[in-house]
Write a protein that binds this ligand. Structure first.
Ligand SMILES: Cc1cc2nc3c(=O)[nH]c(=O)nc-3n(C[C@H](O)[C@H](O)[C@H](O)COP(=O)(O)OP(=O)(O)OC[C@H]3O[C@@H](n4cnc5c(N)ncnc54)[C@H](O)[C@@H]3O)c2cc1C
Length: 406
């Protein structure tokens, strides 16, 4: 047997898995069909809950902007903002970010082979095997499918159907626009440390403006069934944004990609094999945020595989610990996001608008983005922090009374 672990796909999920497996002393092969730096359709906003996995070994130059808040634009044009002194994430260009992660895995000892597309994967009681497009068969003890939303590993192992269920997948289109440094600041109302989220007219979908140093990433995403025809929807969204920010946007390339968000309810594990990141469907069903979840699932996968290897366990029952760890960490977030997504603009206009008037809401937003709490811990966080909010609430009430009587 040549390898302990084969990881297919060197995106954030695969590169983190391969890095941690190699660090745990496992002989790890990381296969990537492209050559880094390669393009990936994405807004490039990486939440701190994923970023902190890299600790301080993250090259500052990869962060285009340091992000401290979110602004939701209501259909009326009004903006609701949540911002924090704490760093909640960064924006980056995915080609360079993913290249860094793949090389980080290689530096940790993983054997990174680019331009190697996997065509088929299989498992047997004795091991796992993948067949590459150039006819090579590679073997290992464990297999990790990190090959994204169109995962060949997931399909050929029978963990996903051969064809996508369009009722269950998301679809997004985005592009980066050069606007210069001043343009990036101006477009975000003078505050380029904010991610702006905007509803898409007439659809259950949302759009975004994410600031980079000299670019804006602008895109739309939603459930695939609501996104067709995608190109006119994207173009009309762009025209609206252009009008609002007053900066001409020169479109160079539209990038489009599916998003899978069925990770919690699906089976992602079988004997000797598991799926991570988009291949597993670990994506926030409302915002389409997946990078941090991909990275976190990679950490859990490597952890469980390293322990399984130590105990000589290859069976699904042992590896299911991985799905339980992901479920525990992600489930409440995804459930809440799904609920909010179904409420659409009602959610923004009622819940968010009310929440924005409380300072505590920004603290909670920062804690969620930083991975300090999950959505299920919001009620507890509110109860804990409410006493600090009371003086401010009283002050506001008194001021309102005084204004009313004068
Ligand atoms: C339009 C859009 C905007 C988005 N914006 C954001 C955002 O701003 N923030 C955020 O957090 N998330 C965002 N996402 C989601 C995010 O891009 C994904 O969740 C994330 O990339 C998942 O990482 P991954 O490593 O699982 O998969 P991927 O990043 O897709 O990586 C998979 C890797 O596998 C390789 N591969 C594929 N097939 C094979 C094969 N057969 N053999 C070998 N290699 C293979 C690919 O080349 C790729 O390098 C967005 C998604 C879309 C579609």
């Amino acid at each position: 047997m040549s390898y302990d672990v084969i990881v297919v796909g060197a995106g954030p999920a695969g590169s983190i898995t391969a890095h941690d497996c190699a660090k745990a002393g496992l002989k790890t092969l990381l296969l990537e069909k492209s050559k880094h730096p390669r393009e990936k359709p994405c807004g490039g906003a990486v939440m701190y809950r994923g970023l902190h996995i890299l600790r301080d070994r993250f090259p500052a130059g990869l962060a285009e902007r340091r992000i401290h808040g979110l602004r939701f634009i209501l259909p009326s044009g009004e903006g609701i903002e949540f911002s924090s002194e704490k760093l909640i994430g960064i924006t980056t260009f995915r080609d360079r970010f993913d290249e860094f992660l793949a090389h980080r895995a290689a530096d940790a000892g993983a054997d990174l082979r680019e331009m190697t597309r996997v065509k088929h994967a299989s498992t047997s009681p004795d091991g796992v095997s993948v067949l590459t497009a150039n006819g090579k068969e590679l073997d290992a003890q464990y297999l990790v499918g990190a090959d994204g939303v169109n995962s060949v590993v997931a399909r050929t192992l029978g963990l996903r159907p051969p064809r996508k269920n369009l009722q269950r997948v998301g679809l997004g289109m985005e592009s980066d626009f050069y606007v210069g440094e001043d343009g990036a600041i101006e477009a975000l109302n003078g505050n380029p440390s904010i991610l702006e989220i905007i509803p898409v007219e007439g659809r259950v979908a949302y759009g975004w403006i994410f600031p980079k140093r000299e670019h804006l990433c602008i895109g739309i995403a939603g459930a695939a069934v609501h996104m067709y025809p995608l190109r006119p929807a994207f173009d009309s969204f762009l025209r609206r944004v252009e009008k609002r920010i007053g900066i001409p946007l020169k479109l160079e390339k539209r990038r489009v990609h599916f998003l899978g968000a069925d990770g919690i309810s699906s089976i992602n594990v079988r004997d000797r094999a598991l799926l991570v990141g988009d291949a597993a469907g670990f994506v926030d069903p409302m915002m389409g945020e997946g990078i941090a979840y991909a990275m976190r699932s990679g950490v859990h996968a490597a952890d469980v595989i390293a322990r399984a290897a130590e105990s000589g366990r290859y069976d699904r029952h042992y590896l299911e610990q991985y799905q339980r760890l992901c479920k525990k960490e992600f489930e409440a977030n995804f459930a809440m996001a799904e609920w909010a997504g179904l409420k659409g603009t009602f959610f923004a206009e009622t819940v968010l608008k009310t929440a924005a008037s409380y300072h505590l809401a920004s603290d909670i937003m920062a804690k969620i983005a930083r991975g300090e709490i999950g959505y299920s811990a919001i009620p507890l966080a509110v109860l804990k922090d409410l006493p600090r909010e009371i003086p401010r609430l009283l002050q506001r009430r008194v001021r309102a009374r005084l204004n009313h009587s004068s």
